[in-house]
Design a protein around this ligand. Structure first.
Ligand SMILES: Cc1cc2nc3c(=O)[nH]c(=O)nc-3n(C[C@H](O)[C@H](O)[C@H](O)COP(=O)(O)OP(=O)(O)OC[C@H]3O[C@@H](n4cnc5c(N)ncnc54)[C@H](O)[C@@H]3O)c2cc1C
Length: 518
């Protein structure tokens, strides 16, 4: 069996784990990151897309609100290319308690959330699709985050500084030597090969799965309460600003415009299993009904796709029951030396995607204390690769780039404006033959046709470039279609049925997809 050695082993390649890897690599530490799947395939790739201003937690969870306030400013700078500065609105709809608006304004003032009340007329002017019955409106600095771009930028930056990233490597055992953790055994989920990784310190950044990793280390009582939520992408930008109901957080109260779609969410159901991806029809109906309250006619828009994510909520004394909305959204750093008498092992969980950098900083500070390493954190100011210019993403950027060389280059995905060259470069750089992995890198197939027009083209390119056999290329195509279908069938109504039927005809007609040799 191969054995690798490192200073820091990071378990979990979501925003938190890649953030820890980037921070530690910047401080000159040798790092290995492992994830059981591709990067950001856990909760980080299944979230709502909101760069929180802190407004959502200003009344209910001031600590989480304050964390968001500071990090919102930093993340927009260091990950500029991954952020769209849409701004946000909190609006009181006819269904909301009018008294909450004053509490909201006070909560924002107390926690430092930049909040300005504007007239209803101004709000309706800025967002004409909003419910005309709104009675109060507040502007806040919400935005959206393109998470895959950010996680890949974190990992590339870390790799440029020597970090090793092992995707599709699941931790199957955590090694203990007496009162110390000494590393872990990982299994390559594709080949079955096992590798021992010896580490001076191990960081458990496995999000909703962190309790399971702690169990493997023989540490009891790390209770991460998985809170499952669904989100639905609608086929275009119904709003251009993030719109939130001005009320205590509840289901379906935020619409986030991101790239070419708008996403409504979320629910919050307690589940025992972090891999639970159940979507209940009642949840879909609830989202669509709640959407109507913010944007009348919401139901008539086309729902493209539904997905679930599971919140990693660290349980504290406050959460006596199982209502996961009551658990703080602030993060929890557990130094197991102090907590359990087990050295060289740290767990970081809870928090928000918005606060990933702060979570990473706190974690690597704890790592450095144990290792006696004194290099300070620089992630507050160091831009991620691709964000050096400091310019935020602007809607229309891809179109503008495409229009500059319209006749020279083939467009593979019209919805997300993915040119052939970009696709070929990504396949070559990642070496991946998995179309779903490529989707996360480029947003390929994520627009209104959900891959109907681009995926057979991408499969052909994959086949030609990589010298994949026809069977392997077919298998990659079928995997992609299966994965997309999981998110499409629960929202099959109206125009989406027509689109799904058209996609089906394309795949049957062009490729006789049901009878491909496998
Ligand atoms: C429905 C929903 C909506 C949300 N919306 C927002 C939002 O709009 N804005 C916001 O700021 N936050 C939001 N959040 C919260 C945010 O998404 C999470 O806090 C964040 O993504 C957690 O990141 P993470 O890296 O800690 O966990 P994850 O992204 O889940 O990463 C953990 C990783 O550990 C890996 N792993 C698990 N077991 C093993 C193993 N045995 N071996 C190796 N690897 C393993 C998993 O594959 C996974 O990639 C939302 C959460 C949910 C559920």
């Amino acid at each position: 069996m191969v054995t690798l050695s490192t200073d820091v082993l990071v378990i979990g390649g979501g925003a938190t784990g890649t953030g820890v890897t980037w921070d530690a690599a910047l401080r000159g530490l040798d790092v290995i990151l492992v994830d059981r799947s591709d990067l950001a395939q856990g909760t980080s790739g299944r979230f709502h897309g909101l760069l929180h201003s802190g407004g959502r937690y200003a009344v209910k969870d001031p600590k989480a609100a304050q964390e968001c306030v500071g990090e919102n400013q930093i993340v927009r700078r260091i990950a500029a290319d991954c952020i769209e500065d849409t701004g946000g609105l909190f609006v009181t709809t006819p269904w909301d308690d009018p008294a909450y608006a004053d509490r909201f304004a006070q909560g924002c003032a107390a926690t430092g959330v930049g909040c300005e009340e504007i007239s209803v007329a101004q709000a309706l002017h800025d967002e004409p699709r909003l419910h005309p019955g709104i009675t109060r409106a507040f502007r806040v600095p919400d935005g959206n985050i393109e998470v895959w771009k950010m996680v890949w930028a974190l990992s590339h930056g870390a790799q440029q500084r020597g970090a090793r990233i092992l995707t599709y490597h699941a931790v199957v055992a955590v090694h203990r030597d007496g009162d110390e953790v000494t590393g872990a055994r990982v299994r390559d989920v594709r080949s079955g090969e096992e590798t021992d990784i010896l580490a001076r310190i191990t960081v458990n950044a496995a999000g909703a799965w962190a309790g399971r990793i702690a169990d493997l280390a023989g540490i009891e009582g790390v209770r991460v309460l998985p809170g499952r939520g669904i989100m639905i992408a609608m086929n275009h930008r119904l709003v251009n600003t993030v719109v939130n109901r001005c009320t205590m957080p509840h289901d379906g109260d935020i619409i986030v415009p991101i790239r070419t779609v708008s996403v409504i969410g979320t629910t919050d159901q307690h589940t025992e299993d972090p891999d639970d991806q159940t979507v209940m029809q009642s949840e879909v109906d609830l989202m669509l009904d709640e959407g109507e309250k913010l944007v009348p006619g919401f139901r008539r828009a086309r729902a493209l796709r539904v997905w679930t994510g599971v919140r990693p909520l660290f349980e504290d004394a406050k959460a006596a029951g199982t209502d996961s909305r009551d658990v703080t959204r602030a993060h929890a750093l557990l130094d197991h030396t102090q907590r359990d008498g087990v050295g060289r092992f740290v767990t970081i969980t809870g928090g928000k995607l918005t606060t990933f950098r702060l979570m990473a900083q706190d974690t690597v500070d704890a790592v450095c204390r144990q290792l006696g390493h004194t290099t300070p954190c620089t992630t507050k100011t160091e831009p991620l690769p691709g964000s050096e210019s400091g310019a935020n993403y602007r809607l229309g950027e891809r179109l503008a780039r495409k229009e500059a060389n319209l006749v020279d280059e083939q467009l593979i995905c019209e919805c997300e404006m993915v040119p052939r060259k970009t696709l070929e470069e990504t396949i070559a750089r990642t070496g991946s033959t998995n179309l779903d992995d490529i989707r996360r890198q480029l947003r390929l197939g994520m627009g209104p046709c959900q891959g109907g027009f681009c995926i057979y083209r991408a499969t052909g390119i994959l086949h030609g470039l990589d010298g994949l056999s026809a069977e392997q290329a077919d298998a990659s195509l079928l995997d992609f279609l299966q994965e997309r279908w999981k998110g499409v069938w629960p929202v099959l109504y109206g125009d989406q049925v027509r689109q799904a039927r058209l996609d089906d005809w394309i795949f049957q007609g062009v490729l006789d997809v049901e009878h491909l040799p496998s």
